[in-house]
Structure formats: structure tokens, C-alpha cells
Design a protein around this ligand. Sequence first.
Ligand SMILES: C[C@](O)(CO)[C@H](O)COP(=O)(O)OP(=O)(O)OC[C@H]1O[C@@H](n2ccc(N)nc2=O)[C@H](O)[C@@H]1O
Ligand SMILES: Nc1ncnc2c1ncn2[C@@H]1O[C@H](COP(=O)(O)OP(=O)(O)OP(=O)(O)O)[C@@H](O)[C@H]1O
Length: 289
Amino acid sequence: MKLLVKAPAKINLSLDVLRKRNDGYHEVRMIMTTIDLADHLELTPLEENRIEVVSHNRYVPDDQRNLAYQAADLLKRRFGIRQGVSIAIEKTIPVAAGLAGGSSDAAAALRGLNKIWGLGLSMDELAEIGAEIGSDVSFCVYGGTAIATGRGEKIEHIPAPPPCWVVLAKPQIGVSTAEVYRNLQIDRITHPNVDQMIHSIRHSDYEGICHSVGNVLEDVTFRMHPEVAHIKEQMRRFGADAVLMSGSGPTVFALAHHDSRMHRIYNGLKGFCEQVYAVRTLGERERLE
Ligand SMILES: C[C@](O)(CO)[C@H](O)COP(=O)(O)OP(=O)(O)OC[C@H]1O[C@@H](n2ccc(N)nc2=O)[C@H](O)[C@@H]1O
Ligand SMILES: Nc1ncnc2c1ncn2[C@@H]1O[C@H](COP(=O)(O)OP(=O)(O)OP(=O)(O)O)[C@@H](O)[C@H]1O
């Protein structure tokens, strides 16, 4: 039995860091939501007891470094599975972009293999296992819209924001999440208003959402790569309702309510940025279950 599984990207509408923890991670409080930009995984059981990953993407490792491989390996070891699997990844989400591409592939592998191997695990159990692979994996198991706390693995679901366009632009640079967190000066942070964001989402208040976007990692990445700040400036100039860097970057996204505005931002950015996408928000959770 072959199984197709969808792995959507996420954006952070708000990302605050509260403190550095003793385990080297940072205590965060962020609002994440899924968007209609997705990788697709095809899972095929294998006769031999091994894990195979095929992605045909030169930026994505096809071995045990692949997060989808790690998801399969973790389930196999934890539940004593003696079957193999081939994981074909059709990659659409830009790599090392701040959009949780690898994390979402891992989450999709967990969801799919739970079915193929008949493990009967709940979404909460899968999310807990996902946290061992990476901080963003738990959210990606559920998708939807959520408040993420702890190091990102504690998930509280909230309603979807009102649907809108998300125009994404990723410059041709890779950003290391670890390095961005390392360069963050906690005592110099201007904290975004995460509560205001939650309030606006709960009240379906699009303007309120646009006013309360914020990401404390922006300044760090902007200092390391000024071209990312430049993209943000351009998106503003083309009339975005709100602009923010996602995660640790370097992808910057613009929110737009009207089609005409979306087209203007998309076409404007296409001029000097190779990877530009215009997609809808996908904030509902049920679709992935
Ligand atoms: C930037 C975000 O993508 C926002 O959603 C996440 O906070 C990062 O999630 P992720 O890429 O899944 O991160 P992980 O793979 O768990 O960690 C990568 C590295 O980022 C740093 N890291 C990550 C998460 C966190 N809360 N504090 C950290 O300091 C750590 O140095 C860690 O070694
Ligand atoms: N399935 C995968 N897809 C993409 N990258 C992967 C995958 N598995 C492992 N990687 C590795 O992980 C690195 C980070 O890629 P990824 O696309 O997940 O970053 P990201 O979008 O910044 O993630 P996050 O937003 O969670 O920090 C890549 O450079 C790549 O080497």
C-alpha cells in the first residue's frame, strides 16, 4: 500500500523569546499557522528492513540527516518495527528558509507511518515523539494555528485567522537557526505583543493581526544579511498589509487581503528575488488528521 501525505509549510505571525534556558534552547512564545505551500511525501513499504529517502533536491540530504528519515527511524526503534519504508519527497517548500520544511516532512512521515504500520498513536503522542526530532515538528504534526511555547513543542490550538494572501520571498542565502538564536541579545529585545495577536485572531480581526505581527529574530538575521531587510522594505513599498520575516529567516512574507495587492507585491518582488510564492493561509487543523 502506497500512502500520499501532505506536508504544509508554516509561518510565524508572532515570535517572542522570553529567556535562554539551561539546556541551550530558548524559551519562546509564538503564533504559528500553516500555509498552502506544501511538500508531498509518498510512503511505500519495502520488503527489506531499511529506510530509503529519495528527494531529487541537491539541498536535501537523502540519508539519516533527513528529518523524515529520522522520524521513520525513531518509530521503528521505539515500536520494534521490522519493516522497511521508501520515502519519496516531492520538495516544494524552499530549504533552510524559516518555513519548517524539514520539520513538516518529519511530521508527515510520523502521521503516514502511524497508519502504514498500524501503530494507533494519537496526534498528541505523535507530536510528543516529533519533539525529539526538532522544536517545530510538534506543531507540524497538527498543522492549523497554534500558540507554541516551551522550546516550541508545547502546542495550544487556536482558531484560524481570517483567510488572506501570503506572498513569500526567499533570498538565495541559507540561514542557520542555531546561529540566529546564538546571536540574539536577550536584554535588547523589543517584545512583540503576542497577546494582542491571539486576541485579534480569536476575533477574526484582520487589521488587528496586521498591526501585531512581530519577530524578535528579525533584527539578528537583518544584521547578518542586510538583503533580507531590503526585501521587507520592498514588500512594504508594494503595499503589503503587514510584512514579517518567518522563523529565523531568511524568508520574508507579506499579508494581503486584496488580489490586486497580492499581484503587485508578487510581480514587484519577482524582479529581484528568484523564489517568490503567493499562497493562501490554511489555518484549519482538521485537514491533516
Ligand atoms: C525559529 C523557529 O523555526 C520558529 O518556529 C524555531 O524556533 C526553530 O525550530 P527548529 O528549526 O525545529 O529548531 P531545532 O532543530 O529544535 O533547533 C535548532 C537549534 O536552534 C536553537 N533553538 C531552537 C529552538 C529554540 N526554542 N531555542 C533555540 O535556541 C538551538 O540552538 C538548536 O540547536
Ligand atoms: N526533509 C528535509 N527537507 C529539507 N531540509 C532537510 C530535510 N531533512 C533535513 N534537512 C536539513 O535541514 C536543514 C534545514 O532545512 P529546513 O528546510 O527544515 O529549514 P527551516 O525551514 O529553516 O526550518 P525551521 O523553520 O524549522 O527552522 C537543511 O539545510 C537540510 O540540510
